[in-house]
Design a protein around this ligand. Structure first.
Ligand code: KMH
Ligand code: ZN
Length: 310
């Protein structure tokens, strides 16, 4: 039997959905983001998907200075691939959102493949008091947000970052996003092999059912043939089950507190590393090996950590 491909674990450390009230484990100070990222890498994450937060109150930040406060520490302490988000804010222009990737020229960055409703307002009902002033409005008002990623925005990211040789984590929240990506490839915006992140369970995107994973995978097979690598992210309670299913199907996996605050049903995770250790255990118990950072670089065709600007 052919050897099974190794599984790349990505860990998304803090994101821009959850807020400090929701979990004491969610890191927002730079030293906590760095410590959790390093521990996640030690637990087996080959890729670290990183957002910044305002150090004072955990608010969402796309300020390159807030990234500068943890990127060198992460690089010095781990061999992990650093992936910087370009989707971190629902309220800023794409020009502002790409500033961190443009400043630090990481090996990877996220690229969201379509405009959509992107809402987490139902979470607001769970909390009577909030740690910081901004949180309640931010979460409640997410039913008014449009996550803007037009074709012009996508082309802007591709062209602006082209000189940096950054591999994109193409975030696909629904099947139409795969067709958007095919179109972008046809007009020459991206080089194979592309890396798809299939995302399930965001309110505004496709739901977290295995049927949908199979549908997305089949559609990607049809659209991209052998020219793509893929990973799965299930939001909230769907995180571990969909990741385990993806690894059995030959895909890669993403966990982390950006995507779910839980370690099991009704139980908050104590850290990102705890989620990485759990998915690693599942993946290995089911007979797959996890990829080291250098194996991930090889699988995805990355430029190397020595070519970053931090
Ligand atoms: N902030 C969310 C709207 C990404 O990292 O590119 C989406 C997001 C995706 O965080
Ligand atoms: Zn993200």
């Amino acid at each position: 039997m052919a050897k099974r491909p190794k599984t790349i674990i990505t860990c998304a450390i803090t994101g821009a959905i959850h807020t400090p009230t929701m979990s004491d484990a969610l890191p927002y100070r730079p030293e906590d983001i760095a410590a959790q990222a390093i521990a996640a890498a030690e637990a087996g994450a080959a890729i670290l998907h990183l957002h910044a937060r305002r150090p004072t109150d955990g608010g969402v930040s796309i300020n390159p200075q807030d990234f500068a406060a943890f990127l060198p520490q992460v690089k010095q302490a781990t061999g992990a691939v650093v992936n910087i988000s370009t989707g971190g804010s629902l309220k800023n222009t794409i020009e502002d959102r790409i500033a961190p990737a443009l400043t630090f020229s990481p090996e990877m960055c996220s690229l969201n493949m379509g405009s959509m409703n992107f809402s987490f307002h139902p979470l607001a009902k769970r909390y009577d008091t909030w740690k910081f002033d901004w949180e309640k409005d931010y979460v409640e008002n997410s039913d008014t947000y449009i996550f803007r990623n037009t074709f012009a925005d996508i082309a802007n990211v591709a062209k602006t970052l082209a000189p940096h040789d950054i591999k994109f984590e193409h975030e696909c929240y629904d099947v139409g996003h795969l067709y958007n990506l095919r179109f972008c490839m046809d007009i020459g915006l991206f080089k194979a092999p592309i890396f798809l992140q299939f995302i399930f369970g965001i309110l505004g995107g496709i739901g977290p059912e295995v049927d949908n994973l199979i549908f997305m995978k089949r559609t990607a097979d049809r659209l991209f043939g052998d020219d793509y690598r893929w990973s799965v992210l299930g939001a909230g309670g769907a995180q571990m089950g969909l990741a385990a299913t993806a690894s059995q199907m030959g895909g890669h996996v993403r966990v982390g507190l950006e995507d779910s605050l839980q370690i099991a049903r009704g139980q908050l995770a104590s850290s990102n590393a705890q989620q990485v250790a759990k998915i690693r255990r599942i993946v290995e118990d089911l007979g797959c090996e996890i990829a080291t950072p250098d194996e991930a670089r090889e699988i995805l065709g990355l430029k190397g950590a020595d070519k970053t600007a931090f």
